[in-house]
Write a protein that binds this ligand. Structure first.
Ligand SMILES: [Zn+2]
Length: 358
C-alpha cells in the first residue's frame, strides 16, 4: 500500500513530463492515409525511443502492411512490463489523430502545444495522447521508484483508430491473439469527461456511407438538357433522416440514446458556376446501437436513395466505406469495471458511471 500511495503521489507531480511528451507528440502529425496523411511511423519511432529510455526492454512491433504510406506499414507498438502476477493489465492508446480542419478556426498552430494554466491545447492532446502519456508516466514512475506492480502491465499504442482500426487493433488481434490472456484486464482511456467519472462499457457501430449521384451535365443556361445531380443529391440528403424512424430503438446509456444518421462530407462537383453538375457525391456518418443490423441499414439507405433518384431521373450508388459493427458491451458487473470503479472512487472521490459512446 505504501508503494501504491508513493506511485499515485509521484504521478501527480509529473506536470513537466506531461507537457514534454505532449509537445513532442503534437509536433509529429500522425494522420492516416484515409485522412490525407502519411501514417504514424515517425510518432511510433519517437514513442519506441521514449519507452526504451524508460528502461522498458520488452517492446515488439506488430506492423500492418499498407502500401498507401511511405513506410509501407502502419506501426503498432506492444510494450510489456513484468509484474508479480502473469495476469496483465493492458492499457491501449492510439497514435493517429484527426486532421486539424480549418486552420483559421484555431487560435494557435494545431501542431504546436500551447499551455494555459492547467490546460494544454494542440491537435491530439486529448484524443488520444492523454492515454499514451498516462502509459508513459506509469512506466516512468515504476522505474524511478523501482516498483514491481502486482499485475503485469501491457502498453499498446496503435495506428488507424480514427478510420476503422483495420490497420491497428484489428490487425494486432488477428496477428497476435497469443499476446492476450483470457483473464487479462483491458482499459482504453479514450472517450471520457473531465472529472473522470465516465467508464465507457459500450460503443455504437460505425457505418459510413458514400452516395454517388449520376445525372447529366449541361450548360447552366440550358437546364432542360441536363439532369442536375446536385439537386437530386440535396433531396437525398434531406431524406437521410428517414432512417431515424426506421431504426428508432434507444438505449439510455448512450448520449444521444438512439442511432444517428448524419450527412457530413460533400465532394466538389463542377468548378464553374455556369455548369449544371452531372455528378455529385456526399457521405453519411451512421452510428448504430449494438444489435442493429448494418446490412439492413445499408439496404434501407439504398431503397430510400433509389426512390429519390427515380423522381429526379438520375442514378445513385450507395456503398459502405467503413463498416464496423459494435462489439458486445462490457458488463457493469465485470471485474475490470468493478476494479476501475474502485480506483475512481478512491482517487477522485466521486461515483463513476457506466456509459456508452457514439
Ligand atoms: Zn480516440
Amino acid at each position: 500500500m505504501a508503494a501504491y500511495s508513493q506511485l499515485i503521489e509521484s504521478i501527480g507531480r509529473q506536470r513537466e513530463a506531461v507537457i514534454g511528451y505532449q509537445s513532442r507528440m503534437t509536433a509529429i502529425p500522425a494522420l492516416g492515409p484515409d485522412n490525407g496523411g502519411t501514417g504514424e511511423m515517425p510518432k511510433a519511432l519517437y514513442l519506441e525511443g521514449v519507452l526504451r529510455d524508460l528502461g522498458v526492454s520488452d517492446i515488439l512491433r506488430v506492423d500492418a502492411p499498407d502500401d498507401r504510406v511511405p513506410d509501407g506499414v502502419r506501426p503498432n507498438i506492444v510494450a510489456r512490463i513484468p509484474g508479480k502476477s502473469s495476469r496483465r493489465l493492458w492499457i491501449l492508446g492510439h497514435m493517429d489523430v484527426v486532421p486539424a480542419g480549418e486552420l483559421s478556426h484555431w487560435k494557435s498552430d494545431p501542431w504546436k502545444t500551447v499551455v494555459d494554466g492547467d490546460r494544454i491545447y494542440g491537435r491530439g492532446v486529448e484524443d488520444n495522447q492523454q492515454a499514451i502519456v498516462c502509459c508513459l508516466l506509469i512506466a516512468k514512475q515504476l522505474r524511478e521508484l523501482n516498483l514491481t506492480p502486482d499485475l503485469s502491465l501491457g502498453l499498446i499504442f496503435v495506428s488507424d483508430e480514427e478510420t476503422s482500426s483495420h490497420y491497428g487493433m484489428h490487425y494486432v488481434m488477428k496477428k497476435r491473439p497469443d499476446l492476450f490472456g483470457a483473464d487479462d484486464f483491458v482499459v482504453i482511456p479514450d472517450y471520457g469527461v473531465a472529472d473522470g467519472s465516465f467508464i465507457e462499457i459500450s460503443e455504437k457501430g460505425q457505418l459510413w456511407l458514400r452516395v454517388e449521384v449520376t445525372g447529366k451535365e449541361a450548360h447552366g443556361s440550358r437546364p432542360h438538357e441536363g439532369r442536375n445531380a446536385l439537386v437530386a443529391a440535396s433531396d437525398m440528403i434531406l431524406h437521410v433522416r428517414d432512417l431515424e424512424s426506421l431504426y428508432a430503438e434507444t438505449d439510455p446509456i448512450f448520449e444521444p440514446p438512439c442511432c444517428t444518421f448524419v450527412p457530413t462530407r460533400h465532394e466538389e462537383n463542377v468548378l464553374n458556376i455556369n455548369s449544371l453538375p452531372g455528378r455529385d457525391v456526399f457521405y453519411v456518418d451512421c452510428r448504430l446501437l449494438p444489435g442493429v443490423d448494418h446490412d439492413a441499414v445499408l439496404a434501407s439507405a439504398r431503397e430510400i436513395m433509389e426512390a429519390v433518384a427515380e423522381r429526379h431521373s438520375v442514378k445513385v450508388d450507395v456503398s459502405a466505406v467503413v463498416n464496423a459493427p459494435a462489439s458486445p458491451a462490457t458488463s457493469p458487473d465485470s471485474e475490470v469495471v468493478r476494479r476501475l470503479s474502485g480506483g475512481i472512487r478512491e482517487i477522485y472521490g466521486i461515483e463513476p458511471r457506466c456509459v456508452g459512446s457514439g
